[in-house]
Design a protein around this ligand. Structure first.
Ligand code: BG6
Length: 480
């Protein structure tokens, strides 16, 4: 029997997580094509076909599309990575913008300038003692694949994605050990546009299109893992879901059952990626909701042969749910994640996201019990409106309290026996928000002087949490 031990293991990855579309900016430089993120205006995440096409037509100023400028990381990454390294962080997660490598997704050969950019960025991470953790797709597919080719609902997008994945796996095979195929893959259940490049209004049954798109992404993940094992068997290939585990609002059995079913729906992608097959509860869900996922002959064999090496998830919130009333219409999936009720036992962030550190311990245990493979927390954090004092200092106590409470629970989960290998607080340097495109929703240890319209000096300043994280990393999680 294993010894009971409640400490972070040696070599634990104390990292941070970014995404290209939220930090790089330079949306038209280096041969980059237009991505789905580049046409999302301030305040939105999903947009309609008409909105995407109007934005592309270019009648509105760039300042209304914050993901076009980000924090200009494309130009500042060297200095930003050096600053981040000052916390002692030994890992950094970011994504490779698909459109820097294949501007429209359709090219036969990759854009060398884009590949060189990530060569340099990854080298900068290594020079600063950081293990790169690269996400291949993080809400930034070529817009053209969405507007002209049906997004992931079409098998063509899978083929284009594999050209991109092959280019980056081959190029960075000796530099990058940890890979995530697709960011928060399961949230595509309720998000058509940013996750799948699908415009719901193009489909009579959007749920059908989402699940078909998800199937193509799941198969792509297995193909990526097969390829990675051929290129360099040492690569560690992770999958990733967003965790927003639901609790039943009451102990009424109907509420408990409905909550289990909702959780299963959001766990099914990980079940496929970690266990290698579609769980049976999805066969029932598809049958009862009139969904027919088209598979090709080899798809299920691929899924079975190439499960992920480790599981990873983002963790921000938990939800509470109760059974649908007879007059409410299932499926509930397209309503999105935040429609559950507020948990009366939890406080919420300024953006209404419930804060639940113990829920992280629950999630870690749930996933470890389910898969028995190492876990990395690839995102976690609190969005706050940080305001510098007159002397320039930034006392972001909210970040410290939030992260401290979550790290304490991670340690408890390690004590429970969970094999936790890494932790990536979200946005260690302030970046543009994914869901609202606000710059003012800040997670960072480093403050970036830019507002929601990209106005400001861009100057970087260290917040109190920066010094606190250095102490956490330096003590391997002992001094919180
Ligand atoms: C995750 C995404 O859902 O949450 C990130 O993978 C995102 O891209 C993060 O930034 C935090 O969400 P937001 O909307 O506050 O930026």
């Amino acid at each position: 029997m294993n010894q009971y031990e409640k400490a972070f293991p040696p070599g634990f990855l104390w990292a941070g997580a970014l995404a290209a579309n939220q930090c790089e900016g330079a949306w038209r430089e280096g041969g980059k094509g237009v991505s789905v993120a580049d046409v999302v205006p301030l305040g939105k995440f999903g947009i309609s076909r008409a909105e995407a096409e109007a934005a592309l037509a270019g009648n509105t100023p760039d300042s209304q599309y914050p993901k076009r400028f980000g924090i200009d990381f494309y130009h500042t990454y060297r200095e930003d990575i050096r600053l981040l390294a000052g916390t002692g962080m030994n890992g950094l997660r970011t994504s490779i913008a698909w459109t820097r490598i294949f501007p429209t997704g359709l090219e036969d050969t990759p854009n060398e300038e884009g590949l060189r950019f990530y060569d340099d960025m990854i080298d900068a991470m290594r020079e600063n003692g950081m293990e790169p953790i690269m996400t291949i797709s993080h809400y930034e597919m070529p817009l053209n694949l969405a507007t002209e080719h049906g997004g992931w609902a079409s098998r063509k997008t899978l083929e284009c994605f594999m050209r991109f994945a092959e280019a980056v796996l081959c190029r960075y095979k000796d530099k990058v050990r940890y890979w995530i195929d697709i960011n928060q893959i399961n949230y595509a259940i309720s998000d058509g546009y940013s996750s799948l490049g699908i415009f719901d209004e193009d489909h009579e049954n959007p749920a059908q299109a989402h699940f078909q798109g998800l199937h193509h992404q799941l198969v792509a993940g297995a193909m990526v893992r097969r390829l990675a094992k051929e290129i360099n068997p040492d690569m560690q290939m992770g999958c990733m879901c967003g965790d927003a585990t639901a609790y039943p609002a009451t102990c009424k059995p109907e509420d408990v059952l409905a909550t289990l079913q909702e959780n299963q729906l959001y766990w099914y992608t990980s079940d496929v990626q970690m266990l290698g097959y579609y769980p049976r509860y999805m066969a029932r869900y598809f049958a009862e909701n009139g969904i027919c996922v088209k598979m090709e002959a080899n798809d299920e064999t691929l899924l079975r042969q190439f499960p992920a090496d480790f599981h990873s998830f983002s963790y921000y919130v938990t939800r509470i749910l109760r059974a649908l009333q007879p007059e409410e219409k299932a499926p509930r999936m397209l309503e999105g994640l935040m429609n559950g009720e507020q948990n009366p036992y939890l406080e919420a962030s300024e953006w209404g996201w419930p804060i639940d550190p113990i829920g992280l311990r629950v999630a870690l245990n749930l996933f470890y019990d389910r898969y028995r493979k190492p876990i990395m927390i690839t995102e976690n954090g609190l969005g706050t409106r940080d305001v510098p004092e007159a002397d320039g200092s930034i006392h972001d106590i909210g970040h410290i309290q939030y992260l401290r409470a979550h790290i304490e629970q991670m340690k408890e989960a390690i004590g429970d026996g969970v094999e936790l290998i890494g932790y990536c607080p979200w946005g260690p340097i302030d970046i543009v928000s994914a869901s609202t495109s606000q710059m003012s929703k800040r997670y960072g240890f480093i403050y970036v002087d830019l507002d929601d319209e990209g106005k400001g000096t861009g100057k970087r300043s260290l917040k109190d949490s920066y010094h606190w994280y250095r102490q956490v990393v330096g003590s391997n999680g002992e001094q919180l």
